[in-house]
Design a protein around this ligand. Structure first.
Ligand SMILES: Cc1cc2nc3c(=O)[nH]c(=O)nc-3n(C[C@H](O)[C@H](O)[C@H](O)COP(=O)(O)OP(=O)(O)OC[C@H]3O[C@@H](n4cnc5c(N)ncnc54)[C@H](O)[C@@H]3O)c2cc1C
Length: 439
């Protein structure tokens, strides 16, 4: 049996490893257009900011490991350029080659949304969507004094943090009225005041052009101009489905339509990771959730099914963690705004709490829980200290369709230096009890 996998990132390598583990005698080929497989784009800000010294450390395993230990036939510098039934064409370092397949996986990831403004192609204007750009961003950033980051989604926020760690002046320009626009206003206000300590944060401003002679010299917006020698653009991502278009059906936001076995509309063709759609566990609807942990699991499930066994991917919660300087930021499920957009009648509680017993040093966490009128949990957002463990806990409950009573009664452990006898999650749940008329 010949298995061909397009893309050697999280989803592609998880699937390849699974097929090979379950069917050691099958021929499994991975085609990856860059020089790396199993790379970690999530580590890019930490490489740029200096926490990771060597770029190679961002790649979990080297290519030989996959060939030698797992028997996967990895082709790097191999861009798949055409697909037809049972056959694909690959540009391998300028030479075209053709390979047969019986089962095919799209694991082509996502691509950066372009700003489409004048001067975008000037030297010194960089998109940070791709592992191949990480080294370039770092080299350029080291040489300059003033950097503009366009976009304050989590990648923009992490890049702004990284660049300030290099001692550079950073301006962040965001078209929406708050940073991390996926979060509700109460949480975003805290992120905003933290960011303003370190960067020139320009909100509700739209970039209209990049200007410069030989390379970028300034970023122009509808409200002003910002001199810089480097501009990093992080204004969102879209599914990378150029190859898949016309070959398989596309779904939500142009991602490849899949069922819970990660099968596409075409027999023996699968899709996983950022290029594929999945189910949002909270809403039960099809969604597009481009994050690393879901990508790995979708790849795992695709691999099991490609190997002829059966496993179903339940979907994801869009659980996420990020940070800026000393604060952690996280979210699982829906914000209040998102819940309202999905048509829920919501109740919410926003609280600020210490993270340790009052007689010990700790920090503060600001946390918002969103539920529907029947008490079903819809989401959690938090910012401050010890955010990760609360997002993990809420994710587990959301995954199991929990309600506010589950959040209240769940036995979160207490140890004075690291938690509270009434955990912030429990306090928020109790707050919602009142709003729902519970005793
Ligand atoms: C800066 C940054 C920070 C991030 N931080 C986080 C984080 O903290 N947490 C989190 O959950 N997620 C994070 N992400 C998102 C995460 O990296 C992705 O969700 C994850 O990598 C998706 O895995 P994937 O396998 O679907 O796609 P990718 O890892 O992007 O892999 C797709 C691969 O396909 C290859 N490819 C594409 N087209 C072709 C072709 N025609 N032929 C051959 N090869 C092809 C690409 O070169 C690429 O290697 C971050 C992303 C970025 C850019």
């Amino acid at each position: 049996m010949k298995v061909a996998i397009i893309g050697g990132g999280a989803a592609g390598m998880s699937a390849a490893s699974r097929v090979k583990a379950l069917r050691p005698n099958w021929d499994v080929k991975v085609f990856e257009k860059s020089r790396w497989v199993s790379h970690a784009p999530c580590g890019i800000p930490f490489f740029v900011g200096g926490a990771v010294e060597k770029f190679d450390e961002l790649c979990a395993y080297d290519i030989d490991y996959f060939k030698r230990e797992r028997g996967i036939d990895v082709h790097t510098n191999a861009r798949v350029v055409e697909i037809e039934e049972g056959r694909l064409t690959v540009d391998e370092g300028g030479k075209e080659a053709s390979y047969e397949w019986d089962k095919l996986l799209f694991a082509t990831g996502s691509k950066a949304v372009r700003l489409n403004v004048e001067g975008e192609n000037l030297e010194g204007v960089i998109y940070v969507d791709d592992i191949e750009n990480a080294e370039r961003v770092k080299i350029e950033a080291m040489k300059v004094d003033n950097v503009v980051v366009v976009g304050s989604g989590y990648i923009g926020v992490e890049m702004a943090d990284a660049i300030t760690r290099l001692g550079k002046n950073v301006t962040v320009i965001e078209v929406m009225e708050r940073p991390l626009p996926e979060y509700d206003a109460e949480i975003a206000a805290i992120i905003k005041s933290e960011m303003e300590k370190y960067v020139n944060l320009r909100l509700s401003e739209k970039v209209t052009a990049f200007e410069g002679k030989d390379r970028v010299e300034k970023v122009v917006t509808n409200k002003g101009e910002y001199p810089c020698e480097l501009a990093i653009i992080a204004v969102g991502v879209a599914p990378n489905t150029d190859l898949a278009k016309g070959f398989v059906e596309l779904g939500v936001k142009g991602a490849i339509r899949t069922n819970s076995r990660m099968e596409t509309s075409r027999e023996n063709v699968y899709a996983a990771g950022d290029c594929a759609e999945s189910i949002n566990i909270v809403t039960g609807r099809e969604d597009w959730i481009p994050l690393a942990a879901p990508a790995n699991k979708m790849g795992y499930v695709a691999g099991v099914n490609m190997a002829g066994l059966e496993m179903h991917y339940p979907g994801s919660l869009k659980s996420q963690l990020t940070g800026f300087k000393d604060i952690e930021i996280g979210k699982a499920g829906l914000s209040e705004n998102e819940a309202i957009r999905f048509g829920y009648e919501v109740v919410s509680a926003f609280i600020t709490s210490r993270t340790s017993a009052r007689y010990l040093p700790g920090g503060l966490i600001h946390l918002k829980v969103v539920a529907d009128r029947n008490g079903k949990l819809l989401g959690l957002q938090a910012v401050g200290k010890d955010v990760a463990m609360r997002v993990y806990a809420a994710s587990a409950l959301l995954h199991k369709n929990g309600d506010v009573k589950d959040l209240f009664f769940c036995d979160f452990p207490y140890y004075p230096p690291v938690s509270r006898v009434w955990d912030p999650l429990v306090v928020a749940a109790r707050n919602i009890f009142r709003k729902l008329g519970l005793p």
